[in-house]
Design a protein around this ligand. Structure first.
Ligand code: G3H
Ligand code: 13P
Ligand code: ZN
Length: 332
């Protein structure tokens, strides 16, 4: 058994309380590689922001759970080395799909887990989430559960259609599961292709997607005052990264994300955790493609991973400062 407290990590409880009260959101960045971890830590330290580093089942399959946990342990030490005396770093399991996976992570140094039973029938979702909560809380590990379904396809996360969260279910769900935060579905989705061009309106040459269902978010807030709400699928898919990828040999068509103004608005509400993965993938790929196209003789991975890391760091800082507002929000 490895307890997260021995690794210098923290759970989400206190940071969420402060974020809901303060009208900002904590960034939850996915990571699969050392360069992503370094970029996340550099950005969090520079901006004095709490941060959630999250690992999906696909990340564990790619990089190995033990390695990722030790990267997170290294992240805490690295943050201190960079001058942050009291970093607040959460190691979170993203989209855990079984009790066994959540237990394995809790037993191995994770400070927070998500149990994603959103595709199950309502009562089964409750039963599974409650089982995870009962186990996790013995070790002071916080639990995110989900109600409603997000569309989108990634390695291990797939749903063809989205179903908005029903506000009339949230009190019953959160009370009976005992979860610490609730992921909801209000129009975001996973991946870099969140909307088709047909769903969007052309404004000054830019495709603007339909707005998120803020009415549903506000109804949920009324039912659960002060309760931490989580938004998945919140990449904005910056056009400049997509254009760079396409300019240097990539082929990304109709990549459309969530406009940042809408995330800014959501951050001011009870939404206190915003999940971003695809934007990091785009920032990394754009920088690597550009570097290799401009330096065809380079073959040392450090030559192209360094600009990739810089580009991700820049993106993370931008999200923290200009979108989520979590800069300067460390407890001490
Ligand atoms: O929401 C899912 C995350 O973006 C992780 O994606 O399963 O491809 O690692 P992944
Ligand atoms: P994006 O694909 O929009 O980055 O969403 C990531 C996510 O929700 C991780 O759980
Ligand atoms: Zn997600």
């Amino acid at each position: 058994m490895v307890n997260y407290k021995d690794l210098g990590l923290v759970n989400t409880r206190e940071m969420f309380k402060r974020a809901v009260a303060g009208g900002y959101a904590i960034p939850a960045f996915n990571f699969n590689t050392m360069e992503q971890m370094q970029a996340i830590v550099m950005a969090a330290v520079e901006t004095k922001s709490p941060v959630i580093m999250q690992v999906s089942k696909g990340a564990r399959n790619y990089a190995n759970g033990t390695i990722l946990r030790n990267l997170a342990k290294g992240a805490v030490e690295y943050a201190k080395e960079l001058g942050c005396e009291h970093p607040e770093i959460v190691l979170h399991l993203d989209h855990g799909d079984s009790f066994e996976l959540c237990k394995e992570c809790i037993d191995n140094g994770f400070s927070s887990v998500m149990i994603d039973g959103s595709s199950l029938p309502y009562e089964e979702n409750i039963a599974l989430a409650k089982r995870v909560v009962d186990y996790a809380h013995q070790f002071d590990v916080t639990v995110e559960a989900e109600l409603g379904v997000l569309a989108g396809v990634e390695d291990e996360v797939a749903a063809a259609e989205s179903h908005y969260t029903k506000p009339e279910e949230v009190i019953d769900f959160s009370t009976r599961t005992g979860c610490d935060s609730l992921a909801i579905s209000i129009g975001t989705s996973h991946g870099a292709h969140k909307f088709t061009p047909e769903q969007c309106t052309l404004v000054n040459g830019v495709l603007v997607p339909p707005p998120l269902a803020f009415d549903i978010l506000h109804e949920i807030e009324k039912k659960l005052p002060g309760f931490p709400i989580v938004l998945h699928g919140s990449s904005s898919v910056p056009m400049e990264e997509v254009n760079t990828i396409n300019q240097y040999g990539g082929h990304l068509e109709a990549a459309i994300g969530i406009p940042e103004e809408q995330l800014r608005e959501a951050s001011k509400s009870a939404v206190c955790k915003i999940n971003i993965d695809s934007d990091s993938r785009l920032a990394m790929t754009a920088a690597i493609r550009k570097h290799l196209a401009e330096h065809p003789g380079d073959f040392d991975p450090r030559q192209y991973l360094k600009p990739a890391r810089e580009n991700m760091k820049k993106m993370y800082i931008h999200k923290i400062v200009n979108v989520l507002g979590s800069d300067g929000k460390l407890a001490q």
